[in-house]
Write a protein that binds this ligand. Structure first.
Ligand code: NAP
Length: 494
């Protein structure tokens, strides 16, 4: 069974001991004591830590060349490692490259003192899988456990690494294979189901990029987790991971929600791998809400009618697309007290989100006009609806209207995106209510213009929360803890 290790990277021995005891009392099976983070490390400190928590500790004196603290000269490090091996630790971490010459000697000493040896290798940069595989092999020759850590640049590389880890542990190897960086979180999320020896989690601050906090890692420690995520490109602006993490934490679900930043060329590979990755489902965001439609096995009535999907549920490999954006938009209108019957609405944008908004507006009896950076796409959107939808070129907006509601359904002004459309103050002045579906930053430039013109408006945060709650319920079958999700969203946007 995968053991859960909280990484303690404190700068003094007493504090490391305090944190280690706290982590062990809060669900960790082990602690990894990052001794290279203690500037004045000496035999006394090592002995005291070994006595206090050594039976449940991995002692690691990471060298600078392998990403450790630049504390000890190489000669000091090797003699300190020998001392560490003579103490009573559950595991001692030695490095395949740095400790190559004396790794076997260290292993002999450690085994005599009933410690197990983890032989590790940390690649500084992303590398091909065959080199990772070689490193596992070499680390496993001396180590009781082989640990290989490698940065993964994208989700395709992360999927490849999970397959490699699965193969390695199926050969009865005791291994830890970790991909670092956001895409590498896939290898951490699946640690238990891949049969990894140890799952490293953060206690205070993450030591490696992508490390889960101990509480998250503890939730998913047994067997196959419920793997959820957000599929899009780019997705740095999204707060969905924070919102769904809060929901999973409140309900203590063995689930984790990952940011799956998938460039277009890797979309099919991820969908193919989804069942092997135990993906239960995912949200879909820009730019895939429409393109994903034809790649799914089934659509629900909303997704079919709108022609866009923002939520996919996977059961036994069968993918079903849903659209909870419309639901989120409708509920947010209700809570704002906005009724659209017979009203005039301008939607800017012609992608998946715009389609959901147009669908709601038409069903509520509104008259809808659409403008978009690419006018031809707005025309295609209009053609897709049975009711009349008028298309207005962006440049003609100032002479059009007035509108009861103006909805921005583009990522213009969202963090991480540029604005290739301009919505002038003259256009904003012709709308009674401004709805910017963007929410990051919360007070968007469009809303600021509305405020200057004393026009009421809202960001897309409420819509985001309602669509997220509906998606969460589709995946998990549990009522969504809406207040916790809202708190997490507010915190993430601070
Ligand atoms: P999409 O299907 O890729 O469509 C993007 C739309 O925005 C297209 O009309 C595109 O115009 C336009 N666009 C893209 N980049 C632009 C830029 N830099 N400046 C001006 N226009 C630009 O994406 P989507 O899924 O509809 O999402 C659109 C936005 O709505 C995203 O920011 C998304 O985060 C947000 N959204 C928010 C919520 C919420 O709950 N608050 C829900 C759904 C979506 P072209 O046709 O010319 O490419």
């Amino acid at each position: 069974m995968t053991r859960l290790a909280a990484v303690i990277a404190s700068r003094n021995g007493a504090e490391a001991e305090r944190q280690a005891r706290a982590a062990l009392g809060n669900g960790a099976d082990l602690v990894e004591l990052r001794l290279d983070h203690i500037p004045n490390l000496n035999s006394g400190v090592v002995h005291k830590l070994a006595k206090a928590v050594g039976a449940r500790a991995i002692a690691t004196l990471r060298s600078p060349s392998q990403g450790g603290g630049a504390l000890a000269a190489p000669s000091t490090r090797s003699s300190r490692l020998k001392e560490i091996c003579r103490e009573r630790f559950a595991y001692v971490d030695v490095e395949y490259e740095t400790d190559f010459e004396w790794a076997e000697t260290l292993a002999d000493v450690a085994h005599r003192h009933r410690a197990q040896i983890i032989v590790s290798h940390h690649f500084a940069v992303a590398t091909e899988l065959s080199r990772v595989s070689d490193a596992i092999e070499k680390c496993g020759q001396t180590g009781d456990v082989a640990k290989v850590v490698v940065p993964v640049p994208d989700i395709e590389a992360a999927v490849g690494l999970t397959e490699l880890a699965r193969t390695a542990s199926s050969h009865k190897r005791r291994v830890v294979v970790i991909g670092t960086g956001p895409p590498g979180m896939l290898t951490r999320a699946l640690a238990a189901s891949l049969g990894q020896e140890i799952q490293y989690a953060s206690w205070d601050q993450p030591v490696d990029s992508g490390q889960f906090p101990l509480a998250t890692a503890a939730r998913i420690r047994n067997g196959d987790p419920i793997l959820l995520g957000l599929l899009g490109h780019p997705i740095g602006h999204s707060i969905s991971p924070a919102v769904h993490e809060a929901a999973c934490a409140v309900l203590r679900l063995p689930a984790v929600y990952l940011a799956l930043d998938v460039p277009p060329h890797a979309l099919d590979a991820l969908l193919d791998a989804a069942p092997r990755l135990h993906l239960r489902g995912f949200n879909v965001t820009i730019p895939y809400k429409e393109t994903i439609v034809e790649k799914l096995d089934e659509l629900d009535a909303d997704a079919e009618r709108i022609g866009a999907v923002n939520t996919v549920v996977i059961e036994d490999g069968w993918t079903k697309g849903h659209n909870t954006d419309g639901h989120g938009f409708r509920l947010s209108l209700r809570s704002l007290g906005l009724r659209l019957g017979d009203r005039r609405v301008l939607v800017i944008g012609a992608g998946g989100a715009a389609k959901a908004v147009v669908d709601v507006c038409l069903r509520e009896g509104a008259r809808v006009e659409v403008a978009n950076r690419t006018t031809a796409r707005a025309e295609a959107l209009a053609d897709a609806f049975r009711n009349a939808v008028d298309v207005i070129p962006m440049d003609d907006l100032a002479g059009s209207g007035p509108w009861d509601l103006l909805v921005n359904a583009t990522p213009a002004w969202t963090n991480g995106f540029g604005a290739d459309v301009s919505i002038s103050a003259a256009v904003v002045a012709r709308a009674s209510f401004i709805y910017d579906m963007g929410y990051n930053p919360p007070n968007t430039p469009l809303l600021q213009t509305a405020q200057r013109l004393r026009r009421p408006g809202t960001s897309g945060l409420d819509m985001l929360l309602h669509q997220a709650a509906a998606a969460f319920e589709l995946w998990t079958g549990h009522p969504a803890p809406f207040d916790a999700m809202r708190r997490a969203a507010t915190e993430a946007l601070r």
